[in-house]
Design a protein around this ligand. Structure first.
Ligand code: CO
Length: 190
């Protein structure tokens, strides 16, 4: 479905090259600098991929989570639950019509105790943009996992391994101004 899924099994360096040079649906057979395809993945600088996203592997016990965002700046869920260490496939569906430039949505899962509103502020103050999915480099070490930004009618997903440590992990949409309305908890519990 998207570049995240395809890069998870690759070494980090190759993954970053792919992120920089490959559009959605691109060939993963080793070309790191192919021209962008029909997707909306921008020519972003190479950015670190959170460890939990690199750790994903299909072990036959993958938690399938689906969340929707709409044109009213709302998620349809404020709580999702997975088991510690479980492999997770989180799908975001934008069920509205507005484009990503004006009503972009993503899902960003951050660490226990971090604050969605502070995180969003820091995104805006450290270079957040569509080019980096509103997860700029300075905040990436605070992220468990995140999806790309999408607009109305689009769908995306991210695969990652849930933390081993149980707890309430906040999630948010990091598009400017959305965290106040669009946030919730990923509960990691046995
Ligand atoms: Co949003």
């Amino acid at each position: 479905m998207n570049v995240w899924k395809m890069t998870m099994a690759m070494p980090a360096l190759l993954a970053m090259l792919m992120l920089a040079g490959c559009g959605q649906g691109g060939d993963t057979s080793g070309q790191g600098e192919t021209a962008s395809g029909a997707g909306n993945t921008p020519a972003a600088p190479a950015l670190p991929v959170p460890a939990a996203m690199q750790a994903f592997q299909d072990d036959g016990n993958v938690a399938e989570l689906v969340i929707e965002g709409d044109d009213r700046m709302q998620f349809n869920l404020d709580r999702m639950t997975v088991q510690p260490g479980q492999m997770v496939r989180l799908t975001l569906k934008h069920v509205g019509n507005l484009p990503a430039q004006s009503m972009g949505h993503n899902v960003v899962i951050i660490k226990v105790g971090d604050d969605p509103f502070e995180f969003s502020t820091d995104v805006n103050e450290s270079g957040g943009s569509l080019d980096n999915e509103y997860v700029p480099e300075p905040v990436r070490d605070r992220v468990i996992a995140f999806t790309p930004i999408i607009g109305g009618g689009e769908e995306t997903s991210v695969e990652f391994q849930a933390p081993q440590e149980a707890g309430d992990y906040p999630f948010l949409c990091s598009f400017p101004g959305h965290a106040g309305m669009m946030n919730g908890i990923l509960a990691v519990q046995p």
